[in-house]
Write a new protein. Structure first.
Length: 573
């Protein structure tokens, strides 16, 4: 499997600097603020629990090898909380790593060909790839080699690590835009002109407290120029971005300030300058082979009723004849280390077979039907949602106040509560294939709530002066090249009532589903008003004296008011 190669500067000079900085911090030679500014660009974040850290790992645009999965599983067992967490950008996080183990884990990751460098802070972040690139039937061409090449080249450049704010790049292999290239700083969507490979290009998009859709600026950029374009945008951002106010520092705010036409003018000037410099700006990718061995077409293996239901829900044909891929829903994006080891060992003889999607799910690819069915017993050990309708595995939640210092609500607990409630209802949830429910613990959109069919982001409400956890309600998000739009904020709901509210919305949509092509078309017709009315029916919560439960968040054993006291200064997620 082709992957990015970690530059020597990261392996040697940068790592030695991290080791020295950790030693200086421990000895009291540098203060906490200085150490934070050093460690965050290595993807090392302090958690709410003092002296515990999260390490974020860059994957190959959402892909890793079985050997790397095994190695990360060993690190999770020995140094973290015995679990791997998949992010909404296809990265991997290890949580609750002790301070004294930070450098050891980083060094071991380097041995696996992986790095956390640039996965945090005001840097070029981990590059997002399409989880189905190279295998989907709508695939224009495999974008993975381009994502890997840009990762290598950006890691090697010093100007990638001291930007006005974080800088994100995405590659999608078709107009389905599974990597949300239409909502990022620089988004590339595969296209062709005749036999020429190229990209449709979007810039200056992003999600957060002030979200913006990307601007489509090019219908065709020759594929070999993707680094030239991304580097030019980065250099313009470096020169003209707002370094005074981090809340107005992202590329989208520069586009707001000077206009997209002026921004493109500056980018084209940078492209001209880089070309004239003669420095290698062309991307000559190491194209990986997707020519899987031909296998004869055979009837599908005999399956039990349970296996057949799983197959129909989660298994799809690839564009390569007689090969299949399976979506493996992960509860809250987590994989226990023992299960990850089992999976890695089973897949050890297969190539290009593991990828992670922005729905925090795992994809197993390039397997024949027999091997995929043999994998089923391993999958259901760590993925109970593989026995349930797809809507549960497609629910996305950030960590929220459970670990994040910026978190208000606890969306992970809310997701579990919603799932438990829906399973007790008499609802045919298989009629809601690909329905997206996404939650963020605060307005920062780490759960990508603005791309959801039905989304939520945390807020504080009060009853009689006492705070309780609540969510803003957003509906109707679409992600597709030429069609992308954000979900619209329309209401609010107490966290306590979230399961009942979600159930009510889904039941109502199922009643009218045969009249509307999509959930969004219902929202655009009468659905928005109906959902607002449903939220209003849950407006009143009991007083604290009547019932204290609404004043606790899901999965929390302390009053919401006490949890709020633990909020700290965010670490630039």
């Amino acid at each position: 499997m082709n992957s990015y190669q970690i530059p020597k500067s990261v392996l040697e000079h940068d790592f030695n600097f991290l080791v020295k900085s950790c030693a200086n911090f421990k000895a009291g030679k540098i203060d906490e603020a200085t150490f934070k500014s050093i460690r965050v660009p290595y993807g090392i974040y302090e958690q709410r629990e003092k002296n515990t850290y999260m390490i974020r790992i860059k994957t190959h645009g959402g892909q890793i090898t079985p050997k790397q999965l095994l190695g990360i599983s060993n690190l999770a067992e020995k140094y973290a909380n015995k679990s791997l967490h998949i992010t909404t950008r296809g990265g991997i996080q290890l949580h609750y790593v002790n301070f004294d183990d930070l450098c050891t884990v980083t060094k071991e990751l380097h041995k696996l060909g992986l790095s956390g460098r640039g996965s945090g802070g005001n840097c070029v972040r981990g590059i997002v790839g399409d989880a189905l690139s190279g295998i989907a039937k709508d695939d224009v061409f495999d974008i993975q080699p381009y994502a890997n090449t840009l990762t290598e080249r950006m890691l090697a450049l010093k100007d990638s690590f001291d930007l006005p704010r974080k800088f994100k790049i995405s590659f999608s292999s078709s107009k389905a835009d599974r990597a949300t290239a239409t909502i990022t700083d620089v988004g590339f969507i595969a296209t062709k002109r005749g036999n020429r490979k190229g990209f449709i290009v979007y810039i200056a998009g992003g999600m957060g407290s002030k979200s913006r859709l990307g601007h489509k600026v090019l219908d065709f950029l020759p594929a070999k120029e993707c680094f030239l374009f991304a580097q030019s945008v980065k250099q313009v951002f470096d020169k003209h971005g707002n370094r005074e106010n981090k809340h107005s520092a992202r590329l989208r705010f520069l586009a707001d300030k000077i206009g997209i036409d002026e921004l493109m003018k500056l980018i084209l000037q940078e492209m001209k300058s880089i070309r004239e410099s003669g420095k290698g700006w062309e991307v000559n990718v190491r194209v990986r082979s997707n020519n899987l061995p031909q296998i004869p077409k055979t009837a599908l293996p005999k399956m039990t009723t349970e296996e057949r239901l799983w197959w129909n829900r989660f298994v799809k044909e690839q564009k390569q004849e007689n090969y299949f891929y399976a979506k493996v829903p992960l509860t809250l994006g987590d994989i226990p280390y023992k299960s990850a080891k089992k999976l890695a060992n089973f897949l050890s003889k297969h190539k290009n077979c593991i990828s992670f999607g922005q729905n925090q799910n795992l994809y197993i690819r390039n397997l024949n039907a027999k091997d995929l069915l043999r994998l089923y017993p391993i999958l259901i050990e760590f993925s109970p949602q593989s026995k349930q309708p797809t809507i549960f595995g497609d629910m996305v939640a950030c960590t929220g106040a459970a670990t994040c210092q910026l978190g208000i609500a606890r969306p992970r607990g809310a997701v579990i509560a919603v799932e438990e409630f829906l399973l007790k209802q008499n609802i045919d949830l298989d009629k809601l294939q690909n329905f997206r429910i996404q939650l963020s613990g605060c307005p920062n959109s780490c759960g990508n709530h603005f791309t959801a069919n039905l989304g939520f982001f945390g807020k504080i409400q009060r009853q009689g002066g006492i705070p309780y956890p609540a969510y803003n309600v957003v509906v109707g998000g679409i992600v597709e090249e030429g069609e992308t739009r954000f979900a619209k904020k329309i209401a609010q709901i107490a966290a306590f009532y979230l399961p009942q509210f979600v159930s009510k919305v889904l039941l109502r949509f199922l009643e009218v589903q045969n009249k509307f092509k999509t959930f969004e078309s219902w929202v655009d017709s009468s659905g928005e008003a109906e959902i607002i009315e449903m939220a209003e029916s849950f407006k009143e919560i009991p007083t604290f004296e009547e019932n204290q439960k609404p004043y606790y968040d899901w999965s929390s054993e302390e009053l919401f008011s006490e949890s709020l006291k633990k909020n700290g200064i965010g670490e630039e997620n």
